[in-house]
Ligand binder design. Structure first.
Ligand SMILES: C[S@@+](CC[C@H](N)C(=O)[O-])C[C@H]1O[C@@H](n2cnc3c(N)ncnc32)[C@H](O)[C@@H]1O
Length: 221
């Protein structure tokens, strides 16, 4: 058994994913009213992300179930003790990563979210999961909150906040990534400069697209 598949997580995650399945950005009138082009533009914007995610503040927008399992497996497989996450939302991905830390014998997960109501929900979910002791949620724009006080070494970085900021967030964490560290970027297709960087021969990563819209990269030594 693992922390992920045992009580209380198994049923908690079932419930959280089921609740998420019952929501859609298209149920938010201001998002539904947007043209496809405007939606694409906002997803790729390095300046309008606060407004965009503000409209989505009541939605969990989690990683898929498969990506959640992948996160747990990668964190377990590399023996992660230090993890940084960009984009907490309701804490579903955070729970998968913190479960891996627990099963690795402990560690520290720093995660970042700028919507205060989401931070409260994530905190409650992490308490219910029995994992709150492993997680520090930094409230505010990750461009600021992840710019300070990171561990010397980071074993895994999850990028799942505003897609256009993936290169800037990688800049903040990159010099802490140990050789062999994993960087997982969800919906990375919205950040072509990020993909170009991690896929370039000189970029310092081995990288490949994985499953639905996930870019999986490994830091080279
Ligand atoms: C796709 S959701 C994250 C889902 C979460 N990783 C999960 O799987 O449960 C993206 C979240 O990132 C937050 N976010 C976006 N840009 C951010 C930024 N610059 N700083 C902090 N949080 C940000 C949004 O408010 C939103 O809750």
């Amino acid at each position: 058994m693992t922390t992920l598949t045992a009580a209380p997580l198994a049923s908690l995650l079932d419930r959280l994913f089921e609740e998420a399945d019952g929501t859609s950005p298209m149920a938010v009138p201001s998002i539904a009213a947007m043209s496809r082009e405007d939606h694409e533009r906002l997803m790729r914007s390095k300046t309008d992300y606060v407004e965009f995610y503000g409209r989505l503040k009541d939605l969990p927008l989690p990683v898929s179930r498969a990506t959640g399992k992948l996160l747990y497996m990668l964190a377990r497989g590399c023996g992660a003790r230090t993890i940084v996450e960009f984009g907490t939302s309701f804490g579903i991905s955070t729970i998968h990563l913190a479960a891996a830390l627990r099963d690795n014998g402990g560690g520290r997960l720093i995660t970042s979210e700028f919507e205060p109501s989401k931070v409260e929900r994530a905190r409650a979910n992490l308490e219910a999961a029995g994992l709150a002791d492993l997680v520090e949620i930094r409230t505010g724009d990750a461009l600021r909150t992840l710019a300070v006080d990171l561990p010397d070494t980071v074993d895994l970085l999850l990028l799942d906040g505003a897609k256009a900021l993936y290169p800037e967030i990688l800049d903040l964490v990159e010099n802490r990534l140990r050789p062999g560290a994993f960087v997982i970027a969800d919906n990375a297709d919205y950040s072509s400069d990020y993909l170009a960087r991690v896929r370039s021969a000189a970029g310092g990563y081995l990288s490949l697209p994985f499953d639905e819209d996930v870019e999986l990269s490994m830091r080279l030594g």
